[in-house]
Write a protein that binds this ligand. Structure first.
Ligand code: CS2
Ligand code: MG
Length: 405
């Protein structure tokens, strides 16, 4: 079965997505997601100029060899742009293999390890009261795991307070250049434990809670935060500090029993390796799109399992439904699956362009047994939603110093 053609589509049904479609000479096609938020067209150029010409005529069954060829064979390895390109090709090839086999991708990985995929919902607010009200709604909806984020009083622009209470996710396309937000670690650390205290006082300890810090603390500050949050027993605190220096995570680990999640920006298993083998983290958050596809994520899951580290794949709105479905198959299979991030099924425009069968019931997602990934992309409808240049926000300290996002 030969690869006959590969097309790349960029559309913006609510936000930008880069979708790859591989066509074979047997009439079967596969889909992949190559979206890198704020750098979408760089991936398109990488695919169209440097990847696709090398793949025409190759055997679509040779997923592993194609992955090695695009990765090792490229000389310039790794990085967000090239790994998203390789990830999209890899996911599309798994989709094709499943369709040819007449099996959903999770069967090719080793079959189901659980009935459905437990997800964590996002609960945000511009004050603790608002977050608590929204948490009550999420619990009533049946979620068992929830991520809590709150705006910090006297700090403009964190979660849920931009542009008339909009979530930062919704800013896409609305500004030509990156919006800027102010950050103060002192104000944050003085404020955030109270959010979790209030949540526990009102809802007890059965609801599992997570929190994302977007790398804004130093290791010792992250250790302080972990200690302060210990009484509220989080499922995990995510991205407390940057991962450029894995030893920073040793400092955090040595001081606190609050579990640690990391890895939504990892592009390879090697990014995760020192953090996993030293047992500095508890959940690894690498996505099929940014981590180079299903092939390396399967290896990452198996490696992580040796160290009691569980999978908690990134599920932000800038990963397309194609990546979401790739994660559903990985999550159903992985024996060491932890939890899947989930921000809802998205806008009507999005669900017009991407169609798939996934049902949310009591905080768990069920998919059906459609061969392959079980997702369709309507390229004609996608044309209705052209690309819009767009950026994530940038963070600065109160004195203007550029800070981590
Ligand atoms: C976040 C992301 O979902 C998460 O955990 O860290 O929302 C992140 O900000 C975006 O994916 C960046 O593109
Ligand atoms: Mg995150």
């Amino acid at each position: 079965m030969k690869i006959e053609d590969i097309k790349v589509y960029v559309c913006s049904p609510g936000r930008n997505f880069v979708t790859v479609k591989i066509f074979t000479d047997e009439g079967v096609y596969g889909l992949g997601d190559a979206t890198v938020n704020g750098r979408e067209l760089a991936v398109v150029a990488y695919l169209e100029e440097h990847v696709i010409p090398c793949l025409i005529g190759r055997d679509a069954h040779q997923i592993e060899d194609i992955w090695q060829y695009l990765s090792k064979g490229a000389y310039w390895q790794n990085g967000a742009i090239s790994m998203a390109a390789i990830g999209a090709i890899d996911v599309a090839l798994w989709d094709i293999k499943g369709k040819i086999a007449g099996l959903p991708v999770y069967q090719l990985l080793g079959g189901k390890s659980r009935r459905a995929v437990t997800v964590y919902a996002h609960v945000n607010g511009s004050s603790i009261d608002e977050v608590i009200d929204n948490l009550e709604i999420a619990i009533k909806e049946g979620y068992k795991v929830v991520r809590l984020q709150s705006a910090i009083p006297s700090l403009e622009g964190t979660y849920g307070t931009l542009d008339g209470k909009k979530n930062y996710y919704e800013l896409q396309g609305s500004r030509p250049l990156p919006p800027e937000q102010i950050w103060s670690t002192t104000k944050y650390l003085n404020f955030i434990p109270e959010l979790f205290k209030r949540a526990r006082e009102k809802f007890g300890y059965d609801i599992e809670l997570c929190h994302d810090i977007h790398s804004r603390l130093t290791p010792i500050e992250a250790a302080q935060l972990g200690k302060m949050l210990e009484p509220y027993r989080l499922k995990f605190m995510e991205d407390t500090t940057t991962y450029d220096n894995p030893e920073g995570y040793k400092i955090i680990r040595n001081h606190t029993t609050t579990p640690i999640a990391l890895g939504e920006k990892f592009n390879t298993i090697w990014d995760a390796k020192p953090l996993i083998e030293n047992q500095y983290i508890d959940f690894v958050r690498t996505a099929a799109t940014h981590g180079g596809g299903i092939t390396p994520l399967k290896k990452l899951a198996d490696f992580a399992a040796l160290y009691h580290v569980r999978m908690a794949p990134h599920g932000a709105p800038d990963l397309s439904p194609v990546c979401f479905m790739a994660h559903m198959h990985l999550d159903l299979w992985a024996p060491n699956f932890g939890v899947q991030e989930f921000i809802g099924f998205g806008t009507p425009e999005l669900n017009e362009v991407f169609t798939y069968n996934a049902t949310l019931k009591e905080g768990e997602i069920y998919i059906d047994d459609t061969p392959g990934l079980g997702i369709e992309f309507n390229e004609d409808l996608a044309k209705k939603y052209p690309y819009k240049r767009s950026y994530l926000p940038v963070s600065r300290l109160e004195d203007g110093t550029l800070w981590n996002w």
